[in-house]
Design a binder for this molecule. Sequence first.
Ligand code: 5AD
Length: 357
Amino acid sequence: MYNTIDKLRDAQELTREEWIELIENFRGVSADSAQAQYLFAQARAVREAHYGKKVFIRGLIEISNICKNDCYYCGIRASNAKASRYRLTPSEILQCADAGYKLGFRTFVMQGGEDPFFTDEVLVDIIKAIKTKYPDCAVTLSLGERSKESYLLLRNAGADRYLLRHETASDNHYSKLHPEKMKLSTRKKCLLHLKEAGFQTGSGFMVGSPFQTTENIADDLIFLKELEPAMVGIGPFIPHNDTPFAKYSAGSVEMTIYLVALIRLMLPKALIPSTTALGTLDKNGREKGILAGANVIMPNLSPESARQKYTLYNNKLHSGAEAAEQLKMLKERINKIGYEITVERGDYLCTNTIQNH
Ligand code: 5AD
């Protein structure tokens, strides 16, 4: 196990078999075992070599929970008649950015379901308004699959980054998580278009989603290595009561943090969030993610009423250190573990994807 970890740390690629064996081995050890502690220490060293002790923050604005897709795992899927739907107006979105700027945020993430209201025209106006008012800020979008032309328009309007998780890199597993008309090939094509449009592009997957095998995870990691995204978001699957996956159990916090650490070793410069899902399953989940090599936290800037409705899974956190207004509390918690929240934009450290602003 130690040899394989060292190989990864020394930038050597692992074979699929080595990945499978490594992940299997980690299934058998606890987070305080010597092996896990060794992995976390290596991951922290790699992350600190590039980003020091800094933890970047992103203000998350959940702009709409209206979605035309019907992903079996997601609480805001189109078929969930119990979801109480909302959409923020462009001026409400700008107000969130105003509040966020005052709190110290220099990245705004607009995330939402695939809501047809948010046409290119509507989004271009919002992006331009934010970038004009706050030229020192980065705008990240997380709005699902769109056309190549759309991505180009959004990028040209000034958006800097785009998050689109691949969810699973196996066609067969993808088809068990999504309805027939959603295809992994479409998702992959979108990711390439995003990179071509010049976005700092993020991908990722859920850990412990229904039917996920060790082989699937190995393929997710191999896919990420090949894609080389600027950002990688992973979090445990958490069931939502009003979805077809209500009865499946949640993914494991431990496996999630092992994978955060392995991804850090495999993609040393990646921006990796310690996700809300991790914080939801474990009250110290966010800290555990940072100590495993994550370097980003995304507190919630959405209006209170929206926060309660943007329920991707049961008990999704939206208060306490998860809330943007409670930045002080978050700072204290991060300081306690030896890291430091910074208000920098926090771009990916790769010259050919960073634009001059
Ligand atoms: N559990 C955990 N994560 C989920 N997501 C959606 N539904 C769930 C769930 N039930 C994640 C998906 C998506 C991101 C915005 O939220 O990976 O890409």
